[in-house]
Design a binder for this molecule. Structure first.
Ligand code: DC
Length: 503
């Protein structure tokens, strides 16, 4: 039996595990994860088969997907391990130096690697089997590294869709200081000046420049210090450019500024995002908004299945916040406490089930109590802000179908296809009536209709994220249409926009 052990089940470790499973590289995948919530999520979501305390002797491959300052310790501990050990850290030279300083050698079966893929997200909930597809995996083997180990590791990276390249460790560190470490440093520095009041006036420019400032401190603090010399070199270069820009502005040299901007624009245009589909902003999103009973949940779910895309049931997130708040005794009107709670949750949607901090809440969030709670917490802006990140985190290749009330207006304003699905209150009440009747519950149609009218009024008039179609949305009235007819219209709109191939 071939066994992989992933040390650290975060975004990178979790994604490799998912991709390796999909490619059937190993028969069993184990995880070493000291963080209890992450461990529970990694098991619940099927990322690893089980969690172990330490790396067992019988492992063919060990992936060290831990922050860069912990890698050398693991390499030293596994120096005589019979399997192949490889890592995914952003710093190579300094880590190898530290291993050599402790052991006096580099273990031949340790293959230093750096997949150039990731995102500002972290944790197993963000893990995706497609993370490495089309991306580079840099291998920085040393003279001491066994050729057979390099071949095996290169084969695994290729099997998960990566393009394998080879670099000298120090050269890797100099290049990455400029292409990755410096942009993160600048983004972190820039955000120090920005307050919540500024954010009200921020849009695309801010979003694109600042995205990586949301990255995990546990990952980034060690990178800057371990790769200190190269990072400081890159920072000096930037400082010189900033001085040049400052001088141009002080001299009111518009032509000089124009030349510099033109030159930078040419350099940027030469960049082709790796993996293309998975490049930030290029993952297609179809939003489906509308009132409850309009059929959007069913259509979104059918559409996601048809396209093989991910599904975001945003209402479920509000339901989760309400359900967990009740369980933990957080009052449903304490906006700040609810927002903090929402930000701390690890949510995984897998196989039509939902896991929160490792616990299966699929049924709990569908109770009447959770429905009521969800509509209460949904009017609180801090809760909506906290949930915004969770929602956007679901946007993963090859695409996303997002169902809710404000998907097209607030959460995915750049979505290439926005659908607003509506139906008369009478028909929506009738659908709900039939649904409840099929579940053996007896209710009055008149009462349901009154409820729906009342809820519509509240949803459309509420001050915070009211239910309304995005200006550029396709309006579909499903009053006289079957689900199949609605699905057909959405698919046609997707074809027209080139999101789906014509069949
Ligand atoms: O779609 P649903 O019934 O599961 O939604 C539960 C509640 O959450 C509902 O009261 C509306 C609210 N909601 C929202 O305000 N914004 C969304 N994008 C989705 C749901």
């Amino acid at each position: 039996m071939k066994r992989l052990v992933v040390v650290g089940t975060g975004l990178i470790g979790g994604s490799f595990a998912r991709a390796a499973r999909q490619a059937r590289l190993f028969d069993e995948i184990l995880g070493v994860e000291p963080d209890a919530a992450r461990a529970a999520t990694a098991v619940a979501a099927g990322i690893v088969d089980r969690i172990v305390d330490t790396v067992p002797a019988a492992a063919d491959a060990v992936l060290l997907a831990v922050p860069s300052d912990l890698i050398d310790g693991w390499v030293v501990r596994l120096a005589d391990h019979a399997g192949i050990v490889f890592d995914a850290g952003s710093v190579k030279g300094a880590v190898l130096d530290r291993v050599r300083a402790t052991l006096g050698r580099i273990p031949p079966r340790f293959v230093p690697c750096h997949p150039i893929a990731g995102s500002e997200q972290s944790g197993p909930a963000a893990a995706s089997a497609e993370l490495f597809a089309g991306h580079e995996a840099i291998l920085t083997a040393t003279a001491e590294t066994a050729a057979a180990a390099v071949d095996a590791v290169a084969g695994w990276w290729r099997a998960v869709g990566a393009r394998v390249t080879f670099l000298d460790p120090d050269e890797h560190d100099r290049i990455l200081a400029l292409t990755s470490h410096l942009p993160h440093l600048v983004a972190f520095a820039y955000l120090q000046q920005v307050t919540p009041a500024h954010l009200e006036h921020a849009a695309g420019g801010f979003r694109d420049f600042s995205r990586i400032a949301a990255s995990d401190p546990a990952m980034w603090a060690p990178i800057f210090t371990l790769n200190g010399a190269a990072v400081l070199g890159a920072l000096d270069g930037l400082q010189a450019e900033l001085d040049r820009l400052r001088a141009l502005i002080e001299r009111d040299d518009r032509a000089g500024l124009g030349r510099l901007i033109e030159d930078s624009r040419t350099r940027r245009r030469a960049f082709v995002p790796p993996g293309d589909r998975s490049a930030a902003g290029s993952i297609p999103v179809i939003t489906i908004d509308g009132p409850s009973g309009s059929g959007k949940g069913t259509v979104a779910s059918l559409l996601a299945r048809r396209l093989g895309w991910h599904l975001l049931d945003s209402g479920a997130l509000y339901r989760i916040v309400a359900a967990v708040a009740r369980e933990r005794g957080v009052p449903l009107d304490d906006a700040q406490a609810l927002a903090a709670l929402a930000r701390g949750l690890e949510i995984v949607f897998a196989d039509e089930r939902v896991f929160v901090d490792g616990a299966d809440l699929t049924r709990t969030i569908r109770t009447e109590e959770s429905s009521q709670g969800a509509s209460q917490v949904a009017v609180l802006q801090p809760v909506r802000d906290a949930i915004l990140d969770l929602q956007r985190a679901q946007c993963r290749p090859p695409g996303l179908v997002a169902d809710g009330r404000d998907m097209g207006t607030v959460v995915f304003p750049d979505a290439p296809l926005k659908v607003f699905l509506d139906a008369s209150a009478e028909v929506r009440a009738e659908r709900r009536y039939n649904q409840l009747k099929n579940n053996g519950l007896s209710v009055s149609l008149a009462a349901l209709l009154a409820n729906i009218r009342e809820r519509d009024e509240r949803d459309r008039r509420r001050a915070v994220a009211p239910l309304r179609p995005a200006e550029d949305s396709v309006l579909i009235d499903s009053t006289e249409l079957s689900i199949d007819e609605v699905l057909g219209r959405v698919l046609e709109a997707a074809r027209v926009r080139g999101l789906v191939a014509r069949t």
